[in-house]
Ligand binder design. Sequence first.
Ligand code: PLP
Length: 409
Amino acid sequence: MAFKPANNIQDLQYFGEFGGVNPSISDSSTYTFLSAKTMFDTFEGNADGCYLYSRHSSPSNLYLGEALAALEGTETANVSASGMGAITATLMQLCHAGSHIISSRTIYGGTYAFLKNFAPKFNITTSFVDINRLDLIETLINENTKVIYCESVSNPLLEVADITRLSRIAKKYNLKLVVDNTFSPLSIAPALLGADVVIHSLTKFINGSSDTVGGVICGSQEFINALRNVNDGASMLLGSTLDSLRAASVLKNLRTLHIRIQQHSKNALYLAQKFEADGLKTVYPGLESHPSHNLFKSMMHDAYGFGGMLTIDVGSLEKANELMEMMQGENLGYLAVSLGFYKTLFSAPGSSTSSEIPEEEQAKMGLTDGLIRFSIGLDADIERTYKVMRNCMQQLDIVSPKDAFIKYL
Ligand SMILES: *Cc1c(COP(=O)(O)O)cnc(C)c1O
């Protein structure tokens, strides 16, 4: 049977304490027990349905976790206070001193900085690779390797990982494949393709209103239980706990994710096609010119398209900055990092979100100075948006004047 994540979310039925259509928010950090014995059993992890303390679990966080597990098709999930809180807890849980990780080299700047600069303090080392070089990955595996880490669609260069084939390698060598799916919720379901752990920054598309940070780890019951273990669980002990009020608000926004992703994808595809036709160097997985177009298509759930992220290269950082300032002035979006908002967001990754990556490595990855990353918004009239964008690009000599239609704007 086909996997229908939006139906899974639609079908979750939660009642509030007073019959409300939204679940009640658990506004407590600690919980009473009618007997001392139950408290003991809860500490030992033997009292299902009992809550102990909200860093361990809370009803609101469990509701949201359950919904996100339904989204990703995993047994369960554990929410966290941020995407980085999910990523670091997962890696610290799977690794110990001496462990080795193989990671895609084109990943979120914070994840890169954690692996490159922070994890080595605990003698956890990482080999960064081009994630499409499967042959190279196999040669890098040694007896200390524990994890293969990648993003389904990478930040900011929109490289696509072949999750099915990576999972075959992971299984062959008994490694865990951890996939950050922040850029492609609903479009790609990594767990169905063999990923062991799927992570999201909820801050982005899933919440979609740029009003909070949050994260989630989706995986097996066994792994999530291990993360929550009071004695040695990384989520429990590192303490990156999402607040219940925020969990409740993210859950409400998750209800409309399927509609939003469709609109983000539709708008991004429209603009990518126009930009490419205008002669701009455009990277979007929905374009046939994208090296992983067919790979993305083979993994994607059609209804949701190729996502809301695209990049263009305007030649230099100065041009990129000028264009972004002008577009903001024209109210086309915001010069801001992050993604998944109703309005378009744009930034130059080389000097912002990926600035943790040294310049020579940026060059190796193809992360050029003039690159602008767009998170395309939910604009109702994307043609109107395009016309104003094109007008900005023309004024800055990024594209040459074409038709008279620009004039009457
Ligand atoms: C933003 C982001 C993160 C980090 O998430 P936070 O919620 O900011 O901690 C991780 N991975 C990707 C791909 C991201 O875009």
